[in-house]
Design a protein around this ligand. Structure first.
Ligand SMILES: Cc1cc2nc3c(=O)[nH]c(=O)nc-3n(C[C@H](O)[C@H](O)[C@H](O)COP(=O)(O)OP(=O)(O)OC[C@H]3O[C@@H](n4cnc5c(N)ncnc54)[C@H](O)[C@@H]3O)c2cc1C
Length: 501
């Protein structure tokens, strides 16, 4: 602990400055002394918005579902005026049997041609409760959907959707962990429709608290959101508001337990090695990094965290002149309409899905150009990491020619290619138990002040991560309050604070 005491002495200056700001949890607890640290030179993690040559594109996530937590984050960060939403009436397509077919969006639920009449009937009867009983084991997404809604819903809607959200394999993904809200419907009401009715009754009996009146109106229908200058605007605005509470280029290399119950954190920083002390650490690094950080003193927690699978994904942005798009995909104003398209693995297309970026949000491409963001790789195509960028773009272009482009379309203009070797944690069967086991192991080892967060805990969608961040802030505040109450007066050496990594 000698080194960590030296670390505190070195940090006296910033220790004073970061007392000026505070975060307040949903329960009203005020945490005034905290620091956010990030290994890269920029904030945002895998949110990566880029600009150049008249294009604006995303190399990580493309958009978010605008739940109230996302809207609150935008308001809190002062950038709600820059929110953008996609047209909720824009269709989403699935490539099936040689054609792009719209997914059902409400009134067309009986007429849409992605499924047969029998497939729709099977889904309706299953949703109403005419289906096999649920088994006594944790079901995969494939098992749950085939049992409840039939083969067609699984093969034509849910399987491509799993590619779109998780880049995952639905025979391995856990229904309970990956799509908990739908899984819960059967638990609550015996069937999906029974669960919806039970949920409505529950909501009527316990109405949610009034909506935060600072929030913009909920966008109508099913849509997605972003910001005028791309998703990166959100983490950058949050970082600007955090002022002296944030350090970039600080890589956490080791965590040690201190005698007073806190932690010593050993960093590589642009100014050399630094050691800081903290009473509570909110660790939001990927699970495999967290595993390395706790391995020495909590090997069982490390083994659980290391077991989580992160397959690779490449985000490929290409652009074509509008004249390259097939006539039947364009409206009268010569625009490609829609959110984008998903490709079931059975249909012979390698690309997982394509977002019509410049149709979805304004300001993404110069006039006359269509910008497309294609995701390729995932749990069923891990070889993507060893391919050249040229080969990946060639594959994406080949796929697009089968579905969206005219035969004489020119080669694509490559806007950006980013391969994420460990992209998205898979919420496979046993995921929830594995994460809980890691948390339990930490507590048992006396590491209860190290709280695990990040997308493998919260859920992978950005909206889920942000929703969880507000809950997580409450967990930190509660931990500090309980610890302060049980510890009595703070130890003399406590210059320690709360750290988010
Ligand atoms: C290609 C791709 C496409 C996606 N598309 C969508 C989408 O369209 N919509 C959607 O809602 N979600 C999407 N997601 C998921 C979503 O983007 C992520 O789940 C979310 O951004 C993860 O946030 P996070 O903070 O948990 O993790 P990350 O963004 O991975 O952040 C972890 C941070 O920890 C830092 N770090 C690592 N090690 C250390 C260390 N030793 N010391 C200090 N810092 C460290 C890293 O530098 C990083 O900044 C996509 C994800 C990917 C990869």
């Amino acid at each position: 602990m000698g080194s960590c005491n030296r670390g505190i002495a070195q940090e006296e200056g910033f220790d004073r400055s970061f007392r000026q700001l505070a975060f307040v949890s949903d329960q009203g607890d005020v945490v005034g002394r905290f620091l956010v640290t990030e290994a890269r030179e920029r904030v945002g993690g895998n949110i990566t918005s880029m600009q150049g040559d008249g294009f604006l594109w995303e190399e990580g996530p493309s958009s978010f579902q605008p739940n109230d937590s996302m809207l609150k984050a935008a308001v809190d960060a002062g950038i709600d005026k820059d929110l953008l939403f996609g047209d909720p009436k824009a269709p989403r397509f699935v490539f099936w049997d040689g054609r792009l077919r719209p997914t059902p969006s409400g009134p067309d639920v009986l007429t849409f041609d992605l499924m047969s009449l029998w497939g729709k009937l099977r889904a309706g009867l299953g949703a109403a409760g005419l289906k096999a009983k649920k088994p006594g084991y944790e079901e995969s997404v494939e098992q749950f959907v085939r049992r409840n809604l039939g083969a067609e819903v699984f093969e034509r809607l849910i399987e491509p959707f799993c590619s779109g959200v998780y880049a995952g394999d639905p025979s391995k993904l856990s229904m309970k962990a990956a799509f908990g809200k739908v899984w819960d419907l059967e638990e609550k009401g015996g069937s999906i429709i029974g669960g919806v009715l039970a949920l409505l009754r529950e909501r009527k009996a316990n109405p949610p608290p009034p909506r935060d009146e600072r929030l913009p109106p909920k966008p109508a229908g099913q849509t997605v959101g972003s910001f005028r200058r791309g998703l990166q605007q959100l983490p950058e605005a949050i970082a600007a508001n955090l002022k002296d509470h944030i350090r970039v280029g600080w890589q956490l290399n080791e965590i040690e337990k201190a005698a007073d119950g806190g932690f010593a954190l050993l960093y590589d920083t642009p100014d050399g090695s630094r050691t800081l002390r903290a009473r509570c650490v909110a660790l939001t690094v990927p699970a495999y990094v967290a595993a390395d950080l706790v391995r020495r003193e909590c090997p069982d927690a490390a083994a659980a965290l290391k077991a989580l699978d992160y397959p690779p994904v490449a985000a490929v942005t290409v652009a074509y002149p509008m004249s390259a798009i097939r006539q039947d995909r364009l409206n009268q104003a010569n625009e490609l309409l829609g959110f984008g398209q998903l490709h079931p693995r059975s249909q012979g297309i390698v690309t997982l899905g394509t977002i019509y970026s410049s149709s979805l949000f304004t300001g993404r491409a110069p006039p006359g150009w269509q910008e497309l963001l294609c995701y390729i790789g995932g749990a069923t195509n891990r070889g993507i990491v060893s391919q050249s960028h040229e080969a990946i773009v060639a594959q994406v272009d080949k796929d697009l020619r089968q579905m969206l482009l005219r035969p004489d379309a020119p080669p694509p203009k490559t806007i950006g290619v980013r391969v994420w070797p460990k992209a998205i944690p898979q919420f496979n069967v046993a995921h929830l138990d594995t994460v809980q086991a890691a948390k339990d192991e930490l507590t048992e080892a006396g590491w209860g002040g190290l709280l695990l967060g990040g997308n493998y805990v919260a859920g992978v969608a950005l909206g889920k991560c942000v929703e969880y961040a507000y809950t997580f802030a409450g967990e930190v505040a509660t931990h500090l309050r309980t610890r302060a109450a049980s510890a009595g007066p703070a130890p003399a050496s406590a210059g320690a604070d709360e750290f988010f990594v």
